[in-house]
Design a protein around this ligand. Structure first.
Ligand code: HEC
Ligand SMILES: [Cu+2]
Length: 335
């Protein structure tokens, strides 16, 4: 191949590569370069800090890369021999002072701004007028989120809260490390066994906010999505009443916990077909699997975690009610 053709092919390849690399960003929201639009004061604080840092780094990027390109053209070779020495320039005191002081000033501005914003991001507001924050216990499990409300009700993978209410989120893990993250409602917080982390939010707009486990936690990590549904006070209260119904809660448990591995109808997927397995309707056996997992196949090629560790009686009963009526397809034993 002649050199010019080879060079053109290289340029074309690089352009294609760049187009591919940027395509994903272009299709994402916000042009893919900015964080999700915040809908909670703490998320706004994070977003403001991001913007300030992006402003400085953006300006520095343009200046440095602009100078680089300018120098490449302005001082190009022009047929001089490779060994020709350029002019030796040194000691421009004012310039040297400027490029020493400017970065120090920029870093000081960024640090001051972030420390000024930090309390508003980190500290849970007292919310005295609302009778204190609404406290939600978030439990991370392989591979679902469990939410416990102040009245003891639980829901799986879907958290409901009233709009404009300060919500304190207490984050735990029952097995391995996970990470709680709903970008529109604030930062990312690790869920670590034996440790309780706290964050908060106050959603200023009704709607559904999507979250995702932010820490690789096993085979079905990608299925560990959360939805935060922000709604009116009345809708929130009726939701709390609805998950008291064992079939509603049981359905959430089936879809959010078991079906991710065993398939929606229980006919198998990553886990075996269990639709006809009598363990589903046998209290002691089911309880043992929920608490200890199930790993009999040797060598262990597939793994069932102890998915029901820490479940309350009401939760186990709800699952049993659902399994009995909606999942189990075995012949009735007739006693
Ligand atoms: C992370 C994937 C995963 C999840 C989640 C999961 N299972 Fe399993 N399950 C498995 C695998 C894999 C096996 C086979 C394990 C083995 O025997 O080695 C299994 C086995 C079983 C068995 C067969 C037990 C036996 O002795 O034949 C039952 C019943 C069962 N699971 C029920 C459930 C129920 C109920 C849930 C929800 C509460 C659930 N599983 C959640 C992966 C999963
Ligand atoms: Cu996880």
């Amino acid at each position: 191949m002649p050199v010019s053709v080879r060079r053109r092919a290289l340029v074309l390849l690089l352009a294609l590569g760049a187009a591919l690399a940027l395509a994903g960003a272009a299709y994402a929201g916000n042009g893919g370069f900015a964080p999700a639009t915040p809908h909670s004061p703490n998320a706004s604080g994070i977003n403001d800090s991001y913007k300030l840092i992006a402003l400085f780094t953006g300006i520095i990027f343009v200046i440095v890369e602009g100078a680089l390109i300018w120098f490449i053209f302005r001082y190009r070779n022009r047929g001089r021999p490779r060994t020709a020495e350029g002019p030796q320039i040194y000691a421009h005191t004012r310039l040297e002072l400027m490029w020493t002081a400017a970065p120090v000033l920029i870093l000081a501005v960024i640090a001051a701004f972030v420390f000024y914003k930090l309390p508003g991001i980190k500290n849970v507001p007292a919310a005295k007028a609302q009778g204190g924050p609404l406290v939600i216990r978030v439990e991370a499990h392989q591979f679902y989120w469990q939410f416990t409300y102040p009245d003891g009700a639980t829901s799986i993978d879907e958290l409901h809260v009233p709009a404009n209410r300060v919500v304190r989120v207490d984050i735990h893990s029952e097995d391995v490390d996970h990470s709680w993250w709903v970008p529109e409602l604030g930062g990312k917080f690790d869920a670590i066994p034996g440790v309780t982390n706290h964050t908060w939010f106050k959603a200023n707009r009704m709607g559904t906010y999507r979250g995702q486990c932010g820490e690789f936690c096993g085979v079905f990590h990608a299925e560990m999505t959360a939805r935060v549904v922000v709604e009116s006070d009345a809708a929130y209260r009726s939701y709390l009443a609805s998950v008291r119904d064992p079939l509603i809660l049981g359905g959430q448990e089936w879809r959010g916990v078991c079906a991710k591995c065993h398939g929606l109808s229980g006919r198998g997927g990553y886990g075996p077909n269990i639709a006809v397995n009598a363990v589903l309707v046998e209290h002691a056996g089911l309880l043992r699997i929920l608490e200890h997992g199930q790993n009999q196949l040797r060598p262990v090629s597939s793994y069932m975690p102890p998915v029901g560790r820490g479940w309350t009686d009401a939760q186990v009963k709800a699952l049993e009610a659902y399994l009995k009526t909606r999942v189990y397809k075995g012949a009735p034993s007739g006693g």
